[in-house]
Write a protein that binds this ligand. Sequence first.
Ligand code: AMP
Length: 539
Amino acid sequence: MLGSMMNSQLTITSIMKHGKRINPNKEVVSITSDHEEHRCTLNDIFERSGKVANLLKTHNIEKGDRIATLAWNDFRHMELYYGISCSGAVCHTINPKLHPDQVSFIANDATDKLIFLDVMFIDLIKTIEAELTSVKQFIVLTSDASVVDGLGDNWSIYEDDISAYSNEYDWPELDENDPSQLCYTSGTTGNPKGVQYTHRSLVLHTMAAIAPDAFSISKNDCILPIVPMFHVNSWGIPYMAAMVGCKLVFAGQKVAEPETLSRLMQNEGVTLSVGVPTVWNLLAQYIQKNNISLTTLKRLVVGGTAMPAHLYRYFQDEQDMTILHIWGMTEMSPLGTLNHIHAKEVQDLDDEAFFEQKLKQGIPIYGVELKLINDDGQEVAWDGKESGNLLVRGPWVVDQYFNRPDVKNVDGWFDTGDISTIDQYGYMKITDRSKDVIKSGGEWISSVDIENAMMSHPDIFHAAVIGIEHPKWDERPLLIIENHSGDSLSYEEVVTFLTGKIAKWWMPNAVEYVEEIPMTATGKMHKLKLREKFEQYSF
Ligand code: AMP
């Protein structure tokens, strides 16, 4: 016999309705291509989502159809999130930083019916327009009619298009397992793979993420999400804000400009911001140089790559902020673990060891289970020492990639491709990606640990370590450093700096300097490209 509680469906529509009824007047501030500073309310956004849904109806969009966006973070992108998903279609966010061939592959794989795009991506779409066989209309997110002049009949202006429609829309009753959003992985090897989130997975992820020991978001917060809305739904912030009713600040295309960020943070009273370490580094340099204290910003959510120690210390000690270090993946919506350390669990640690504990990727939040296995499939102990392949499962972890029945989870666990340790308290530490790990004399060397140690040098922000074939040891580490200043450390200076920070036998055999370490479209070091560049290298 089943229990007897109501089977209310966990849908994005329920978040929208709650936000509209309970938090209608919360402010949303945006920078867009046609507004230096646009102000509206959550209610305005949801009203216009109704217009979006009516527009989709006119284009004969049916339940489950994919509708693409190539857009920065702003109010229009947010009304598309809700208007598309809540009408039963799937909001497919495409990363505009991908190579045009990948954008075209992704749009065709998803058979997107419409593309909503920001003005600055018109050229990108024009170069691949002829290949986009399923797309019927390109709708540019602006009020400036001139931008589509001469582009063709299937190009139109968002503000003109939606102005014709009513805000009223009879939102359908959706099943919580209906698809809601679609996002492709960055795909450093092979073609990108699509992760199709359900209404249920996003609602559960939102509820877990706002909790006190997670992001701890309340009505009194003001959030500036730096993570783009085209990357894993900006880590879920547009849903969290509507669920709790907090103010939102969107920096649009200026999201990587520290001057704009610090101005918005101070003027708008931002209390929490989420982003990758690269942006925090830019911001830290800017505010240090200009003697700025970010007085209202109290919590930084950091993830995507490990938080370098010196940046952690700077924001914690100099700016009096709490760092919430998270780990996750596109395949996990993205939240998996979070480091919001509880002092009592680590009371016996000295200051240095306590700090090391803080730098870990953290404990799984409720809903996510972790498992570590070795290459023979045996479980590895949670002792903080032995590393293994990290597997995960939970209601917001991908079960099956979009259109890829050939790629399957094993025994209900998703293999993250990350190598990690987990300690007795459940704190997980990423030690490598499985394809980046260096095998020297039959033992593993963590490229990530060497990189983190090197990046704790105040003059070095990007350092990558790759394995180079070695006649005696199979592979040995090569350290590659991005050099901006022209003043490079000698090999001996690097060795002196790393001594004591990493195991002796992990010491890189050589150091090479490059002008720029290649990055993926989601801001991670592109090791594959580095391996190609140094393919012929020998020590
Ligand atoms: P993506 O799906 O593009 O968000 O990339 C997910 C991958 O980023 C993970 O599998 C990790 O390898 C890496 N990653 C995410 N967060 C962290 C973190 N806090 N520290 C180290 N690596 C991370």
